[in-house]
Ligand binder design. Structure first.
Ligand code: UDX
Length: 434
């Protein structure tokens, strides 16, 4: 079992830190955010993720995981250091690698005092060439050591989905290890010794690209499904789920990740597709496909408004309820949630907007303060002229016509194709994608 240091205790770092600890490694999670560290030391995750709090408490109790602000000491004592800091978007879509560079420099300072060979693995999502061009020089400069000689370097992308992140970390569908050399790869393989998942060994840049290619392809699948839903609506009388079922029987296609809706959100897809497109552009290649995927995603929330206007005409002065504010059901995360542009577009049209989400009301109000939030479905729907279902919390499936009885006009737009149609008698229901 190895001694590991995880730098950055956000979604990726914390989940991996806990997962590695429960697999038997000794892990220190480090972060510049002192408040987050204190919260984690008390066994409280800093975000909502099913099963994580219990897992964190177990890991703390076993003393296999600790948390500290001392990044240098954490890096000094570890055999493998995972860089899990954020790479946020810049206004032009490209990624800001300054946190990563700073983290690498601090880790490098810690490595100065280490006498043994160490491996630094980049888990942050970075454009091909970043590990060699940004991380490596920062580590070498700060440590006074040479990559490939005194320390190893790897790219080890994560594929965690919010809502099932712990399982994705402990039973991944693949482990991708991009390495500077075979010695680095060997050290990282040892960390995953207990896992049976298929492995792929590549160089650094290929692994960096695999992460982007994966998210860009999945986002393309979602935009394709949304395009198909819009086409089904244009034809009329065609149910997009039945079409996807028929397509999905072709093993070259498969039906997963083709669920139509109001667009993809979250911390990864929009940011990663924009970053890949921007990086291509910076190198003289304009990706028409990625541009279309993004354009479609920007337009898709407006489809709900078009459907609502078909029913009630102008939305000015109307009260519109949005059910589901987080980017997907099961999450409290509103980052890039399509409910944000949806609410803003409704407000621009002069509607009064009230939203409800089981977990994301507070976060959403911070994003769009002009939206009222309601503590439950009943109060969200009271006196509303239109209800738009935006995300896929499982509880929406159980809604019945009676739940909409407090509405002024019972017009419901199901933007997620989640409502039980047979339970909607007396409701004017518009389902995106037929
Ligand atoms: C995603 C990737 O799945 C994960 O591998 C990566 O590491 C991070 O990004 P996550 O952001 O948690 O994970 O969400 P995911 O479940 O993939 O959904 C992304 C968005 O696409 C959501 O807004 C979701 O509602 C939407 N989506 C997904 C669809 O609209 N239809 C689908 O069929 C699938």
């Amino acid at each position: 079992m190895s001694r590991l240091c995880v730098v950055g205790t956000g979604h990726v770092g914390l989940v991996y830190g806990v997962a590695f600890a429960l697999a038997g490694h000794s892990v220190v999670g480090v972060d510049v955010n002192a408040t987050a560290i204190r919260t984690l030391q008390k066994g409280k995750p800093t975000f909502f993720e099913p099963g994580l709090e219990a897992a964190l408490k177990r890991a703390l109790k076993s003393k296999k995981v600790t948390f500290s602000e001392d990044i240098r000491a954490g890096a000094r004592d570890a055999a493998v250091v995972f860089l899990c800091v954020g790479t946020p978007s810049r206004p032009d879509g490209s990624i800001n690698t300054s946190y990563l560079k700073d983290a690498a420099a601090t880790v490098g300072e810690g490595m100065r005092a280490a006498s043994r060979y160490q491996v630094i693995a980049v888990k942050s999502t970075v454009i091909p060439g970043t590990t060699e061009g940004v991380v490596r020089p920062a580590l070498e400069k700060a440590s006074g050591k040479a990559a490939g000689q005194h320390f190893g370097l790897c790219v080890n992308p994560e594929f965690l989905r919010e809502g099932s992140a712990l399982e994705d970390a402990t039973k991944p569908d693949r482990i991708v290890i991009g390495a500077l050399d075979s010695r680095s790869a060997r050290a990282l393989r040892a960390v995953y010794r207990g896992q049976r998942s298929p492995r792929l060994a590549t160089d650094l840049r290929t692994s960096e690209m695999i992460k982007y290619a994966t998210n860009a392809f999945l986002a393309t699948k979602v935009s394709f499904a949304n395009e198909l839903a819009n086409l089904c609506d244009a034809f009329g009388g065609i149910n997009v789920d039945a079409v996807v079922e028929g397509m999905g029987l072709d093993p070259r296609i498969n039906p997963r990740f083709l669920k139509a809706g109001l667009g993809f959100g979250g911390s990864c897809f929009p940011k990663d597709v924009r970053a890949l497109a921007a990086a291509g552009r910076a190198r003289g290649y304009e990706s028409r496909l990625l541009r279309s995927v993004l354009e479609l995603n920007d337009r898709q929330p407006l489809r709900a408004i078009e459907l609502a206007e078909q029913a009630v005409g102008s939305l000015a002065g109307k009260r519109v309820a949005i059910l589901g504010l987080s980017f997907k059901g099961g999450s409290d995360d509103v980052r890039e949630s399509r409910a944000i542009p949806l609410a803003k577009a409704l407000l621009e049209r002069g509607a009064t907007v009230v939203g409800h989400d089981p977990e994301a009301n507070g976060a959403f109000r911070t994003e769009v303060p002009a939206v009222e939030t309601a503590p439950d479905v009943k109060s969200a729907l009271a006196r509303a002229d239109v209800c738009i279902v935006h995300n896929d919390w499982p509880q929406w499936r159980a809604l019945k016509a009676a739940d909409f009885s407090g509405m002024n006009r019972k017009v419901v737009v199901d933007g997620r194709r989640i409502l039980n149609r047979s339970a909607m008698k007396g409701v004017t229901l518009f389902v995106l994608g037929g």
